[in-house]
Design a protein around this ligand. Structure first.
Ligand code: UFG
Length: 338
C-alpha cells in the first residue's frame, strides 16, 4: 500500500482528499499544525473512513520534526496543502505569507530530498493566471500575481518546476484550483474559516444560518450576464478525487505537469445566491456594494487537459454543491467549535 504524506491534511481541501485517498487504497499520513484547522477533523475523518489515520502535529517548516515523520514512515509521495490562503491578510502581513508558504515549501522539499522522496503534488491556484488572462483559462497561458498570496503560489510552482528541471528523477504536479465549495455528503467535514469569511460560499451559508446579517455583493457593473463576478465553483469532493488521479499520474511519470481543476462553467454571484435559495429554501438578503480591489470580472477553467490526461472530470452539480454546503453549515453552525 502506497503511503502518502498529506501536509495540511486537517484543512478544508486536505481533509476531503484524505477521505478519497483512503477510499482508493492509499495510506494517508497527515501533518498539520492546526494554524487554520481543528483537531476535531481527525475524529470526524475517523467516523467517515472507519479507521484511525496517522497524524503528526507540527509545521512543515520544522525540518527536525519533518525528518522524524519521514524516518518513521516509508513515504512514497507528498500532497502539499499546508499554506496560508487569505488574500487580504497576505497584503497586510506579506512576510508571514512568504515565510510560511515559500519557506515552508523549501523546507519540505529539502527534507524530501534528504529522504529520497521525489514525488509531489502541489496545491496551486487559478490566482496564478492574474488579472490579464481571458477565460476559459488554459494551463499554457502566461502567469502573474497581484498580491503576496498569489506571488507565493507562483513562486512555489516555480521552485517545484526548477527542482524537476534540475533533477530528472522528480515528479511534480501543480494543480490549479478554481473555487472549491461544498462539503462531504456526511456533513461531518467542511469549510470552517476563522472569523468573518472572505469567500462567497461560506459567507452565504453563514448568512443563511443567522451568523451574518446580509451578503455584500462586490460590484454589479462587471461585463457579465448580470453584472456580478463570474467564477468556476467546483465541489470539494470532485477536487479531492482530482488529487487521487493526479497522484496516480505523478507516480507513473517524471517531470512537471500542470492541471486546472475546475468545471469549465462560470456562475455569477447572483446565480449562486439564487441557486442556494432554490435548493435549500432559505432566503439570502444581500446588498450591492463597491467592487472588491483585485477581483476580475470572469474566471473559469478550460478543464480539458485534466480530462484528457488524468481521466478526471467534475461530476457534481451546482445543486449538489449548494445542498452539501448547507448540510455542513446547518449541522455545524460554529464549524468544528462546539
Ligand atoms: N464575493 C462577493 N461577496 C463576498 C465574497 C465574494 O460578492 O462576500 C464575490 C467576489 O467579488 C467574486 C466571487 O464572489 O466575484 C468569488 O469570490 P471568492 O472570494 O469566493 O473567490 P475568489 O474568486 O476571489 O478567490 C478564490 C480563492 C483564492 C484563489 C482564487 C483563484 O479564494 O484563494 O479563487 O481564482 F486565489
Amino acid at each position: 500500500m502506497k503511503k502518502i504524506l498529506v501536509t495540511g491534511g486537517a484543512g478544508y481541501i486536505g481533509s476531503h482528499t484524505v477521505v478519497e485517498l483512503v477510499a482508493e487504497g492509499y495510506e494517508a499520513i497527515i501533518v498539520d499544525d492546526f494554524s487554520n484547522s481543528s483537531a476535531q477533523v481527525l475524529a470526524r475523518l475517523k467516523s467517515i473512513i472507519c479507521r484511525e489515520i496517522s497524524f503528526y502535529q507540527g509545521s512543515v517548516s520544522d525540518k527536525e520534526f519533518m525528518n522524524r515523520v519521514f524516518e518513521e514512515n516509508h513515504i512514497d509521495a507528498v500532497i502539499h496543502f499546508a499554506a496560508y490562503k487569505a488574500v487580504g491578510e497576505s497584503v497586510q502581513e506579506p512576510l508571514k505569507y512568504y515565510e510560511n508558504n515559500v519557506g515552508g515549501t523549501i523546507a519540505l522539499l529539502e527534507v524530501m530530498k534528504e529522504n529520497k522522496v521525489d514525488h509531489i503534488i502541489f496545491s496551486s491556484s487559478a490566482t496564478v493566471y492574474g488579472m490579464n488572462n481571458i477565460s476559459p483559462l488554459t494551463e499554457d497561458l502566461s502567469t502573474s500575481a497581484i498580491n503576496p498570496y498569489g506571488y507565493t503560489k507562483l513562486m512555489m510552482e516555480q521552485i517545484l518546476t526548477d527542482l524537476a528541471l534540475a533533477h530528472s528523477d522528480w515528479s511534480v504536479t501543480n494543480l490549479r484550483y478554481f473555487n472549491p465549495i461544498g462539503a462531504h455528503e456526511s456533513g461531518l467535514i467542511g469549510e470552517a474559516p476563522n472569523g468573518i469569511p472572505n469567500n462567497l460560499m461560506p459567507y452565504i451559508t453563514q448568512v443563511a444560518v443567522g451568523k451574518l446579517q446580509e451578503l455584500s455583493v462586490f460590484g454589479n457593473d462587471y461585463d457579465t450576464h448580470d453584472g456580478t463576478g463570474v467564477r468556476d465553483y467546483i465541489h470539494v469532493v470532485d477536487l479531492a478525487k482530482g488529487h487521487v488521479l493526479a497522484l496516480k499520474h505523478n507516480l507513473e511519470n517524471k517531470g512537471v505537469a500542470v492541471f486546472n481543476l475546475g468545471t469549465g462553467i462560470g456562475y455569477s454571484v447572483l446565480d449562486m445566491v439564487k441557486a442556494f435559495e432554490n435548493v435549500n429554501g432559505v432566503k439570502i438578503p444581500y446588498a450591492i456594494k463597491d467592487r472588491r480591489p483585485g477581483d476580475v470580472a470572469t474566471c473559469y477553467a478550460d478543464a480539458s487537459k485534466a480530462n484528457d490526461i488524468l481521466g478526471w472530470k467534475a461530476e457534481k452539480t451546482l445543486q449538489d454543491m449548494m445542498r452539501d454546503s448547507w448540510r455542513w453549515q446547518s449541522s455545524n453552525p460554529n464549524g468544528y467549535e462546539g
